[in-house]
Design a protein around this ligand. Structure first.
Ligand SMILES: C[S@@+](CC[C@H](N)C(=O)[O-])C[C@H]1O[C@@H](n2cnc3c(N)ncnc32)[C@H](O)[C@@H]1O
Length: 368
């Protein structure tokens, strides 16, 4: 905004979206600064702010931490954070090393939950499958009945289909038959052009049915432990909020989040987001396949060019040999004073020339 411009109308300045007539690209700049696929729970900052506003939260257990960018958010809101991550990278180790509010727990959930202090808030975003989430919830519901639980990935693609981080520590009976293909919203089958794990994870080859998917795990846990309530914010793969209404602050949190949990607009935009993203995945896959085809054709054309050059030089050599032979015959015949007219030899040389020309013409892929 230039100094003589009026401030943006309404709430645009607060959201930082609309820029001004003098800065018309503000929204586009913000948009392109985001990753193409939003997946981190850091986008839920304002939801966590709401939770912390209505509930005293001293301890957070964060399951599935990745880089640690969300751990700092919980700490900034006032909590001590136990970051459960089986495969911490350098960025997470560095974040924990420089922040005494963060404790790295290098291990697997749910196994490590019992070794940690009982928390006010559990954030479950680790291994996205029925067996793990069901066991995590069973432990929390039994040992931390007053806690608030937040889960990510309750909607597509993990809601009704298990995902398994690989190599998976789960026993075979806890895993569905897996595929390395991925789902897409454009049809119900998995496809190599879909949302694939590329070695990091596999997923259940079939969606739905019993004991499959994160939302199914939550529903089964709710059915078993009466008195818990679930609401979902339909954005960025589905933000789930789980608590017993009797727990401190729970009613207020559910109420404060109601405009988001009941938003058809958000649900529509999430569906549009996953449709667009899986269309991008498909186009990328097809572009890569076409690139391979083009490389293969270029290689084939090179091979054919080399073969044509070889045949041409063979033809030239044969023509030279034929000319030499003809000259020798002429010399042999010269003393007798008669010109060489050997019809058989002439015909043989012509035949050889025709055969080689035909071979060159027949060479597949020969440029015209
Ligand atoms: C989706 S990422 C987490 C992203 C992070 N919560 C965020 O919002 O930025 C999932 C993480 O869970 C970890 N993970 C996988 N299985 C786990 C388990 N059984 N317990 C804890 N973490 C697990 C993976 O290594 C991975 O870093």
């Amino acid at each position: 905004m230039t100094p003589d411009e009026p401030p943006p109308a309404g709430n645009q300045a607060e959201l930082g979206l609309a820029g001004s007539p003098g800065d018309p690209h503000a929204q586009a700049r913000t948009a392109r600064a985001q990753p193409l696929l939003l997946h981190s729970m850091s986008v839920f900052r304002e939801l966590f702010e709401t939770i912390f506003r209505h509930r005293e939260i001293a301890t957070v257990v964060e399951v599935g931490v990745e880089s640690g960018q969300v751990s700092t958010l919980y700490a900034d809101l006032g909590a001590t954070v136990h970051c459960v991550e089986p495969a911490p990278g350098d960025d997470l180790r560095a974040a924990v090393a420089e922040d005494p509010r963060l404790n790295l727990v290098e291990g697997l959930s749910p196994e490590v939950l019992g070794e940690l202090p009982v928390a006010d808030l559990y954030v479950l975003d680790g291994d996205h499958n029925y067996a793990v989430v069901r066991a995590e919830l069973a432990w929390i519901m039994k040992n931390a009945p007053g806690a608030v639980v937040v889960l990510n990935d309750l909607l597509w693609p993990c809601g009704r289909r298990d995902f398994y981080y690989e190599p998976s520590p789960l026993p075979p009976e806890d895993r569905h038959p897996v595929t390395e293909d991925g789902p897409t919203v454009w049809h119900d089958d998995v496809t190599p052009a879909g949302f694939v794990g590329a070695g990091a994870f596999t997923l259940a080859a079939h969606a739905g049915g019993p004991r499959n998917g994160v939302l199914t795990a939550v529903e089964d846990a709710l059915a078993e432990a009466a008195g818990w309530r679930l609401e979902i914010v339909p954005a960025v793969f589905g933000f789930g909020l789980l608590a017993r209404p009797a727990a401190p602050g729970a009613e207020e949190i559910f109420e404060a989040l109601r405009p988001l949990t009941s938003s058809r607009l958000l649900a529509t935009m999430e569906n549009n987001r996953i449709a667009l993203y899986t269309r991008v995945l498909q186009l990328e896959y097809e572009a890569k396949a076409h690139r391979h085809d083009a490389d293969r054709l270029a290689e084939e054309i090179n091979t054919q060019h080399r073969e044509i050059a070889r045949l041409r030089s063979e033809l030239d050599r044969s023509r030279t040999e034929a000319a030499t032979t003809r000259q020798q015959l002429e010399r042999l015949d010269a003393p007798a004073g008669r010109p060489v007219r050997d019809p058989e030899l002439g015909e043989a040389v012509s035949e050889l020339g025709r055969a080689l020309s035909a071979r060159i013409r027949r060479a597949p892929g020969r440029p015209r």
